[in-house]
Design a protein around this ligand. Sequence first.
Ligand SMILES: Nc1ncnc2c1ncn2[C@@H]1O[C@H](COP(=O)(O)OP(=O)(O)OP(=O)(O)O)[C@@H](O)[C@H]1O
Length: 293
Amino acid sequence: MRMEIENLAKTIKKRNILDDVSLTVEGIYGLIGPNGAGKTTLMKILAGLQTLTAGSIKIDDQHYVHRHASYITANTLIGYLPQDFMIYPEISVYEVLDHIAVLQGIVKKSERQQQIEEALAIVNLSGQQHKKMNELSGGMRRRVGIAQLLMRKPSILLFDEPTAGLDIEERIRFRNLLLELGKQHTIVISSHIVEDIEFLCTKIGILTQGQLRFEGTPEELKQRADGYVYHMDVQAEALSELLMTQDVTQINEEEQHLKVRIFSTEALDQPRVIPRLMEGYLAIVRGVDNNGK
Ligand SMILES: Nc1ncnc2c1ncn2[C@@H]1O[C@H](COP(=O)(O)OP(=O)(O)OP(=O)(O)O)[C@@H](O)[C@H]1O
């Protein structure tokens, strides 16, 4: 399923929060940008939770102009997971999902049970269904949030900063879950951390100050930093000086020294290396990208 956003704008109290944003969501789409860039606002508009000031949204060639939030409430194509999913802290995971299933109008208890079990299995929480919501970690709560979305069988899933605050193990588990969900769903993941979407997204959009600065594949993003990334061997004592004068994007410990990657638009007398995603992102947000040249 494909979602085309055309010339979308959002003004709040005369301030442009989103300014002429056009992008095409397909596959697993990573929406990246610093805090305050407008990612949550964009996600909420796509989810139908906020109105837009101008622009339109097309889903599989069906056109929606949704000045009113009616566009999503009228259909169940889209599931939105907010930054922190927490409802009914005192009741169990199963009861939460059962309650939501009732609200969705699934009258038969056996049908609800089947749907709940299916959804819990997908998010790998089958053994945790009797735990109360307030006994779960942040990552588990988010997985319950995904389970309740899946019961509605949406085609498009919107996850706002899904990995924020998760520990390393939960991050890895979450990435695997997203890869699995990506086989059946179109997904948008917002994040301000490029590493969170590395090896996960098939397409990336970069939003800063309400404007889309880049849209393309991970490969295309990396190419934007082509020619600006260097390798340098340094002694540990020289690192702090280097950190103050250069954009060091990675530090690897070798036996006798450190091997660092540096992003620099000024030519350095060091070997150039193939850029990584984070360096492509830096090129875009600094406005120095070579535009694929
Ligand atoms: N209702 C509102 N009234 C006034 N300003 C708002 C409102 N909603 C959002 N903003 C402003 O719009 C800008 C974008 O906010 P948004 O939450 O969409 O950004 P974000 O990229 O998701 O950042 P974060 O990751 O920090 O949530 C911010 O400067 C925010 O203060």
